[in-house]
Design a binder for this molecule. Structure first.
Ligand code: SF4
Length: 374
């Protein structure tokens, strides 16, 4: 069957291997996780880098490694400590899966990562991309790591206008890259270099959401999108569906000892199992009537065995998740606990909130208010 993913002048994709690898060897940025690319370091950095910028990851990576320098140390971290180390990075299931996987590695693999793509893929939270990255970068196995960066680079190189978000596109490009790795990666270090080179090209030259820097690109003479002057039209994406909105009234419930109520979210679903500030789901569109919000807050207190004193309306806040937006209003309310106070509510001091309990970034605006009032 004719290969649809070809470079300029119909050249096979394999032609990119030599110029791209040489360029990477000469131009790779020094990044902390590249200094000593052990399987653990590659795993941790790749998980942190999902949906997150390199500059944002750097301090987390250093802090995390200081607390958990190896797999046994990671397996020994409590869930709360793990969440605290991850606080602010978002997508908290990533951290929970790291902890779970570390335990599996200690129990089944002698606290090492398996040198096998399928075995890596079977570990909690390790998908195709992360397994490919660990297998190729740390173990030099011929397995690509295909994320949005790599898809963009390949689609531009081959002027492929398929929907880059469609699973079929990813499947087709991944299969083609597996074949390329098998053919090209023959010497020690080839697979590790190729994976990182593809990532690097997408991060520093073949940029998303703007014109790529083709004049500096080592693959410019091979690139079909450049030849056809359609770089900015690729990658193609089908129009997105509108994000859903959910309205909430967030409650800062402060007791007589200056402690604030938090509670656990249900294990399943968005932010599963994390601590949160108590809140009430509001109808959509929600009311902005302060008296109505005050009534709802007092009703919540009554239902949870709290005596409510004076309350203050707080400024609204918004948090955008991938498929959902939370529109939040806030209410600060002084309360007294009673013998009927719900056990679901845990009252913690601002200091405990700062050092022990991780709150998702969605509550950052209200967390700042707690800090300011301390
Ligand atoms: S020439 Fe331009 S569009 Fe083509 S791969 Fe290089 S940076 Fe991307």
């Amino acid at each position: 069957m004719k290969d649809a993913l070809t470079l300029s002048r119909g050249l096979p994709l394999e032609e990119l291997f030599v110029p791209l690898s040489s360029w990477y060897r000469e131009n790779a940025r020094p990044l902390p996780w590249r200094e000593n690319a052990t399987p653990y370091h590659v795993w941790l950095s790749e998980v942190m880098l999902q949906q997150t910028r390199i500059e944002a990851v750097r301090p987390y990576y250093a802090r995390f490694l200081a607390a958990a320098p190896d797999i046994p140390a990671l397996a020994a971290l409590s869930d709360d400590r793990l969440m605290k180390l991850w606080e602010g990075l978002g997508y908290y299931s990533r951290a929970r899966n790291l902890g779970r996987t570390a335990i599996v590695l200690c129990e089944q693999y002698g606290a090492q990562m398996p040198r096998d793509y399928a075995a890596l893929r079977a570990l909690p939270g390790i998908g195709e991309y992360t397994a490919g990255a660990i297998a190729s970068i740390a173990f030099d196995l011929p397995t690509p790591a295909v994320d949005g960066n790599v898809l963009r680079v390949v689609c531009r190189l081959t002027a492929d206008r398929s929907d880059v978000l469609a699973p079929a596109t990813k499947k087709r490009i991944t299969a083609r890259l597996f074949a390329l790795y098998e053919k090209c990666c023959r010497q020690a270090g080839d697979a590790a270099t190729l994976t990182q080179a593809l990532m690097e090209l997408g991060e520093v030259l073949c940029l998303p959401n703007r014109a790529p820097l083709c004049d500096a690109c080592p693959l410019a003479p091979l690139c079909r999108a450049r030849e056809e002057k359609c770089q900015t039209e690729i990658p193609f994406r089908s129009p997105k569906k509108a994000r859903k909105e959910s309205h909430k009234l967030v409650l800062l419930l402060r007791d007589d000892k200056g402690r604030y109520a938090i509670r656990r979210r249900p294990e399943d679903g968005l932010l599963g199992g994390l601590w949160e500030l108590p809140h009430i789901d509001l109808p959509t569109p929600s009311t902005e009537d302060g008296d109505a919000l005050d009534r709802l807050a007092r009703e919540f207190c009554r239902e949870n065995g709290l005596l409510a004193a004076e309350s203050t309306t707080l400024p609204p806040s918004k948090h955008i998740f991938t498929h959902l937006t939370w529109q939040m209003q806030g209410c600060y309310i002084n309360v007294t606990q009673t013998e009927h106070t719900s056990r679901e509510l845990l009252f913690v001091s601002p200091e405990e909130l700062r050092t022990q309990y991780a709150l998702p970034t969605a509550f950052a605006a209200y967390r700042r208010i707690i800090v300011a009032k301390t």
